[in-house]
Design a protein. Structure first.
Length: 208
């Protein structure tokens, strides 16, 4: 499945973690071509349920031995601040906030001053769109497959109900709507729809 945290992961990798060494090159050794910095730690820092694994003693010891892998020592120093201060979830929260800020267009400034004074990143709507394109394509494809399995054509879908925080992303909503051009767009509460649905279900069961 694809959830909001998947979008956050893509945004963090695209806009935030390059400031900590993701995608950066190491030094050239003995005239050999420079190699990309190992990226495993960055994928884990951008994956909600794996962030805490980065803080394990063995992992920290491994990272402390990797200073020589970095061509730009600032990347390594920033990364180790994140690890030592356990700021992985904070970085992901800032990625989420930036994603929301650019959902309707524009640009977001991401303050990273908690890891280095005056450090900041920028996320544009186009950057966000490029980062999450693969996930949006999966969602649109899954919607089309569900309609096919129901024995319908896209033209027979007469309503699209958007609910949940991720539906605030203009690109996601427009791509789904384009796949079902005859459908009326109906929007629920982006942030309270699940709670509202549970309340209505409880009312049905308990009559209150």
């Amino acid at each position: 499945h694809v959830a909001g945290t998947d979008f956050d992961r893509r945004v963090e990798l695209a806009a935030i973690l390059p400031h900590y060494g993701f995608g950066a090159m190491g030094p050239s050794v003995a005239g050999a071509p420079a190699r990309e910095v190992p990226n495993g730690v960055y994928f884990d820092l951008a994956t909600w349920h794996l962030i805490n694994t980065v803080y394990s003693p063995g992992r920290v010891a491994e990272l402390r031995s990797m200073r020589g892998f970095y061509g730009d020592p600032r990347h390594y120093e920033r990364l180790m601040v994140v690890v030592n201060e356990r700021l992985g979830h904070e970085l992901m929260a800032r990625a989420e906030a930036a994603k929301i800020e650019v959902a309707d267009g524009g640009e977001a400034r991401i303050d990273l001053g908690h890891t280095e004074r005056h450090l900041a990143a920028t996320l544009t709507e186009q950057q966000a769109a490029d980062a999450i394109e693969i996930d949006i394509a999966r969602i649109v494809g899954a919607a089309a497959e569900a309609v096919t399995q129901a024995g319908l054509s896209p033209a027979q879908v007469d309503a699209l109900y958007f609910t949940g925080g991720s539906t605030g992303l203009r690109l996601l909503a427009s791509r789904i709507a384009a796949a079902f051009p005859a459908a009326e767009v109906v929007r629920g509460d982006r942030f309270a729809s699940v709670a509202t649905g549970l309340g209505l279900h409880a009312q049905r069961w308990f009559g209150r």
